[in-house]
Design a protein around this ligand. Sequence first.
Ligand code: ZN
Length: 475
Amino acid sequence: MPVKVMLPTALRAFADRQEAVELEGATVGEVLGRLAGRYAKLKEHLYTGDGKLRNFVNVYVNDEDIRHLKGPDTAVKAGDTVLIVPSIAGGSATAALPALSREELQRYHRHIIMPEVGTEGQARLKKARVLAIGAGGLGSPYTLYLAAAGVGTIGIVDFDTVDATNLQRQILYSSDSIGKPKLAEAKARLKALNPHIEVEPREERLTSQNALELFKRYDVVADGTDNFPTRYLVNDACVLAGKPNVYGSIFRFEGQVSVFDGKSGPCYRCLYPEPPPPGLVPSCAEGGVFGVLPGVIGTLQAVETLKLILGVGKPLIGRLMLFDALNMEWRTLKTRKDPGCPLCGNKPTITGLIDYEAFCNAGAPPAPAAVAEISVEELKGRLDRREPFVLVDVREPHEYEIARIPGSLLIPLGQLPERLSELSKEDDLVVHCKMGGRSMKAAKLLLEKGFKRVTNVAGGINAWSERVDPNVPKY
Ligand SMILES: [Zn+2]
C-alpha cells in the first residue's frame, strides 16, 4: 500500500485538481520528489531553484510537522498520510486558523486561487490583527485595502473629527462626514466594505502610557502619523513590543515607505537617531500635500502588511523607498541596523518609553514663561501690608494724569525697552495698565529681558476703580 499525499486547495490546480495522490517511497523527501517528478508545475511551487522546500510550505506526516521529526529524511511507511500545507516560515499549525465561510470563500476567490495566498493564507489574514496609527491620508487607503483583503481585525487609533480640508485625500470619509468623529465614520465605511471583519476604534491619543499595552494586542502596527513625537513613540513601542512597524510618510509630492523591525532589521532610530529641530520640517498642514500621494504610500503600506501576514515575498525590511510624484521617480535605499542604536543596537539604553514631546522639542527655544497675575484686591492687600515691590504703570502720561494708583512708577509701554535700566532684576515687579492688556505685553517683555519676578494686575486700573477705590476716576 502506498503513501497518501494530501494536497491543499491552492496546489491542486497543479496536480490535475486531485485532492490526494498515492505514491511510493521510504522517506518524505522521496515521496515528495516523486510527486514533483509527476507534476512539473507543482514542483515550481513546492521547491526553490536549488531544490529546497519553499519556506511557505510545511509538511506533516500523520499530523506531525516534519521539522520536529527528521525533515525530508523522516521515514514513511505504507498507509501513512503526508499533508502539504502552504504556510509562513516557522508558522504555526493550521488547526489554529479560523475557518472561512462560503461567503468569504467567494469574496476572496481571487486571492484563494493564488498559491501564495490560498485558503490558508486567507485564513491567516482573517486571524491577523493590525493596528493603524492615524485614520487620515495614509490610514484611509491603508485600512480600506486591509478591510477589502479580509484582515480580520483592524484597530485604528485617532481622536480627530473630519473637517472639510481632509476630503481632498482622506478617502475613508465623505462630505456627510464633516464634523463627525473620524473613528465612527471609518468603522462604518470599513464594515460596509466588508462585514466579515472587526474594526476596533481606539479613540485616544497614543501616549507613552498606553502604547505598549495596545501594541502587544496586535500583530503588525502601521505608522500613518504626521508628527515626530508620535513617530518616535510608535517606533520605540514597536521595538519594545517586538512588532513590525510598517512606516509611511508624506510631504507635498514626496513619500517614504519602509518596514522597521527591531529583530531582523533597522528601526527608525537607526536611520534618524534624532528628530529635526522643531520648525525645520513643516507639517502637511503647513506645507500641503498632493492629495493622491497618501493613496500611493498608504497602499504600499497595505501591500507590505499583507505580505508580512502571509509570509510571502521580500519585505521592505532594511530598505527605504522614496517616491517623487512630481518627477515620477522611485529610489530604493539600503538601510542598515546601527549597532550603536540606543533602542535596537547591541547595548540599548532606551528600555522603556520616554517623553517624546520633550525628546522632539530639545533644541527649541524655551517657551516663554507664563505671566503670573494678581487681582486688584490682592494688589490692595500687598500695598496695605507694605510689601516690598515696585508697581509699574505702563500707560501713557495723559492717562496717568486722569487716574493713578498711589506709589506707582510710570513707564509707558513704548518706552519700556529703553528704560529697563530704571528697573532692577532683583526687584519684585507688579505691572498694570488701564485694563490689563498692555501690562501683559510689558510683563512678557520683562520676562524675556531676564526679569524673574514679574506679576500682571488683571483688569488694570479700571478694576481698581470699580472694586477697590471708587475715588480713582474711571475713564
Ligand atoms: Zn535601531
